[in-house]
Write a protein of this length. Structure first.
Lengths: 320, 320
């Protein structure tokens, strides 16, 4: 194992200890689809997605420092917002979340219910970075980045750590790929467990910036926010840290693209045959599996969350 | 412990050993709803419902006898059909399943896909008993009753056995109540674990025959097949064996009725907040919990299955 991988995998194990009292150890599931398949359903995680793993690791670490932060700020259209809200409330510090207008109202309501202040007015995917800097400066808040933050990456790696504890002989692990936090953490856990495990990121074809970054060897950026069913991976570019882990260090073997139709079909299979109420983003690895785009072998799918827009899902269930 | 309870609980433990290679040990889940709650999601069981537990216990027992049965026959509108089809195929014997016309087409297709012969033409809830006797006589098939059969009852009891292994300190256990097979097995496992555990059956108010049987002390029969969202509990009367376990022996403490609105609300909560794609029957105990109809205390809910009619669920998800 390289010193790089050794250091990062030690930090994932430290993260697992740090967040243990606050997150849920989700089960590994077998299915009627294929005896080679293992699912890690993070829809059963606290707040309904894996995002609490990284948010708790970051916020517990920051809150233990002197001087203690005044509070936290995050930009998120969804699950990271709820995760930061809960972790901040747990350590007794305020959280401000900037959520772009037009985001899933259920996720906004859940974030407010967890005690965070939410600003939506005037927030767009274009204006949010500027607004973030203004609010940070005005209030002295500490940012919790949704993916390009080492504490977040190490926290997200605990999902694959658990999956590999339950199924040490996995040959393939696939996870959704947006900003790359979950996939980077997954790759650190998988490659430190066994360098032969194939680590695959699954990205919507209409949001292929990570795929193109992998091919180009430099970070590629989408010109506009992609319109995909998988609303958890609408970031326009991966981060410098996640690029480093995934592609510069080569811990990710492959990026696979799935179409919107393949994502929709995977949601239907998840809901009707696996009985998992996944959000479309959470179904990305299943979409790649069902489309025959993953390598053969004993395969673990990290199904990242379940906070679906019910109107969208009701429509999908009616489509044959 | 009474000799009666001791004998039956020993048979549940034997059933657990017998069926272990063929069924799935479903996980116990905690939730964001209530720290006192434990879920046993049998939607993740092989074929999507608990019914394989009883069907495998019955069919493995019968297939080991001499002379070996010629094959098996069952009457079912749903999950029992798939369970018998799979268990019969596993022991290499034929299965004939009579499914009433108008039943959920997905369940019919799944039963055929598992290798069973299915007869639907001319089968109604009124004619099916007569047709069953004719086919049994003509083909020499052995019946696997969906609930009023000791092997089936003991097999169903293995779900609560696992739940209590995971959470030995439960104070309340609730299960759906139709013919009473699952609830009888649950009661045997719970009361032999700890007589103080409160065992609750949950029945739709529009199908209240078991509730009335509990109150009257004799088996009461509905005049017609009830129209309830919970299509897994449309039986018109419980059986003599399940009446004995639940009410004559007093192993069930209470029967709770839930309205159709409460069932619909529970399905929505299951799908949107618990991320479990339950069928309405599987959500019955959750409906009782959410309506405040269960006793206080650490509570286990046996969520019996997930084979929902997608059209029905799509409609429910759209209803606020």
């Amino acid at each position: 194992m390289t010193p790089y991988l050794e250091a990062h995998s030690a930090q994932v194990r430290e993260a697992a200890e740090r967040i243990r009292p606050h997150v849920r150890r989700t089960p590994s599931l077998t299915t009627d689809l294929d005896p080679e398949l293992r699912l890690k359903p993070e829809c059963f995680q606290v707040t309904g997605s894996f995002k609490v793993r990284g948010a708790f690791n970051a916020i517990l670490t920051l809150a233990a420092q002197q001087p203690m932060p005044a509070g936290f700020i995050a930009v998120s259209s969804g699950n990271h917002a709820q995760a930061v809200a809960l972790a901040a409330a747990t350590v007794g510090l305020p959280a401000l979340v900037l959520i772009p207008e037009g985001s899933n109202p259920a996720k906004v309501a859940a974030t407010r219910a967890l005690g965070a202040e939410v600003i939506q007015e005037g927030i767009t995917f274009v204006t949010r970075e500027q607004r973030l800097r203004e609010e940070m400066a005005a209030r002295g808040l500490t940012m919790v980045h949704p993916f390009d933050d080492w504490n977040v990456i190490h926290g997200q790696g605990t999902a694959a750590l658990e999956l590999l504890e339950d199924s040490p002989d996995l040959q393939v692990i696939a996870a959704p790929l947006g900003g790359g936090g979950l996939l980077s953490g997954t790759a650190i856990s998988a490659k430190s467990h066994d360098p032969a495990v194939r680590v695959i990121g699954v990205e919507p074809a209409v949001a292929d910036d990570a795929y193109r970054s992998w091919k180009a060897g430099t970070i590629q950026t989408l010109a506009a926010t992609p319109q995909t069913l998988a609303d958890g991976v609408r970031t326009t570019a991966i981060g410098t840290r996640t690029f480093e882990v995934m592609f510069a260090q080569g811990l990710v073997d492959e990026v696979v693209l799935v179409t919107e139709e393949e994502i929709a079909a995977a949601v239907r299979v998840a809901w009707s045959r696996l009985h998992l109420a996944l959000e479309p983003t959470g179904a990305l690895p299943l979409a790649a599996y069902l489309s025959g785009k993953l390598p053969a072998g004993r395969t673990g799918l990290i199904l990242s969350g379940g906070n679906a827009n019910l109107e969208t899902v009701a429509t999908l269930l009616r489509t044959p």
